[in-house]
Design a protein around this ligand. Structure first.
Ligand code: G
Ligand code: G
Ligand code: MN
Ligand code: NA
Length: 255
C-alpha cells in the first residue's frame, strides 16, 4: 500500500498520467469517447492503479489538487487530439466527491476548457451517487445542471453498487448510467443477473438516459448487452486503458 509520502512524491514528481479507455457504440462499433483513468509510476518506474494514491489522499486538500492535475492533463491531451483532427468523440473524467462539491467545480471546468479551446461537448464528467449523500445535495444537483447547461454530459458511475439508487435516479438529471462491471460480468450467465440488467436498462431508458455497460470482457456479454438495449460498451474486450499517445491510432483503426 502506498504511504501518503509515496503518493505525495508521485504527485510532486509528475509521475501521474491519465490513461484512456474507449467506449464504443454497440449498434455501430464506433468510438463514442474515452474515459480518463489515473495511473502513476512508483519510485521503481512500475505502473500503478489509482486506488492507493486516492486512498492516501482521501478527503485531504491533496485529493482536490490531484483532481485539478488530472483535469489539466486530460484537457491538454484532448485539445492536442482535436488539433490533430483525431476523431476521439468525448473524454470523460472521474470527479471525486471532494472536487465535485467544492462550490466552483462547474466554473473551474469551464475555465479549463476555455483555456485549451476544447469545446464543451467533447468533455464529460463521471460521478457516483455517493456524492448525493453529503450535506449539500441541492448544491450537487445545481452543479450537475450547470454542467449540462454548458453542454458537458454527466454520467452516474458504478450504478447498482450504491445506496438508494432508484431514488437518486428520480431527481438526478444525468445523461448516462454506467452499469457496474459486477453486473456485466454475470450477464448471460444467470437468470437473476439478466433480470437485474434488463431492469436497469429499462429504468435508464424510461428517464431518457443512455446506458453504458462497463467491464465487458467477452463476446457473449457484448452480444447480450446489445440485445437488451445498452447504448455503449467499455471493457477489456474492446481495449484496456491506453496512454494518450496510443489514442490517435486506436481512433483511426476504428473509423
Ligand atoms: O483504473 P482502475 O480500475 O484502477 O480505477 C479504479 C477506480 O479509480 C475506479 O473506480 C475509477 O473510477 C477511479 N479513478 C480512476 N481515475 C480517477 C481519477 O482521475 N479521479 C477519481 N476521482 N477517480 C478515479
Ligand atoms: O469506477 P470506474 O468505473 O471508473 O472504474 C473503471 C475501472 O475498471 C478502471 O480501473 C479500469 O481499469 C477497470 N476496467 C475497465 N475495463 C475492465 C474490464 O473489462 N475488466 C475489469 N476487470 N476491469 C476493467
Ligand atoms: Mn468511471
Ligand atoms: Na464504474
Amino acid at each position: 500500500v502506498a504511504t501518503l509520502r509515496t503518493a505525495r512524491l508521485a504527485f510532486l514528481e509528475d509521475r501521474i498520467r491519465p490513461f484512456y479507455q474507449p467506449k464504443i457504440c454497440l449498434a455501430t462499433g464506433h468510438v463514442q469517447g474515452f474515459e480518463a483513468l489515473l495511473r502513476w509510476r512508483d519510485e521503481n518506474g512500475q505502473l500503478r492503479s489509482p486506488g492507493e494514491v486516492m486512498a492516501a489522499f482521501q478527503d485531504t486538500d491533496l485529493a482536490f489538487d490531484l483532481g485539478q492535475r488530472m483535469l489539466h492533463l486530460v484537457v491538454d491531451d484532448a485539445s492536442k487530439w482535436l488539433e490533430a483532427e483525431v476523431d476521439f468523440g468525448s473524454v470523460a473524467i472521474n470527479a471525486s466527491n471532494v472536487e465535485f462539491t467544492r462550490h466552483d467545480y462547474a466554473s473551474r471546468v469551464a475555465r479549463m476548457l476555455e483555456t485549451y479551446a476544447l469545446p464543451k461537448n467533447h468533455f464529460e464528467v463521471e460521478i457516483t451517487e455517493s456524492v448525493l449523500l453529503g450535506a449539500n445535495s441541492e448544491h450537487v444537483k445545481a452543479t450537475i445542471s450547470t454542467l449540462r447547461g454548458m453542454g458537458i454530459a454527466v454520467a452516474l458511475d458504478d450504478f447498482g453498487t450504491g445506496y438508494a439508487s432508484l431514488m437518486h435516479l428520480h431527481d438526478l438529471p444525468v445523461d448516462w448510467l454506467k452499469i457496474d462491471r459486477s453486473f456485466v460480468q454475470n450477464a448471460a450467465m444467470s437468470k437473476k443477473a439478466d433480470a437485474i440488467i434488463r431492469a436497469m436498462v429499462q429504468l435508464a431508458r424510461g428517464v431518457d438516459m443512455g446506458v453504458v455497460a462497463e467491464g465487458v470482457e467477452t463476446h457473449t456479454q457484448m452480444a447480450y448487452l446489445c440485445k437488451v438495449g445498452c447504448t455503449l460498451a467499455q471493457g477489456y474486450l474492446i481495449a484496456k486503458p491506453m496512454p494518450a499517445a496510443d489514442v490517435p491510432k486506436f481512433c483511426r483503426q476504428q473509423a
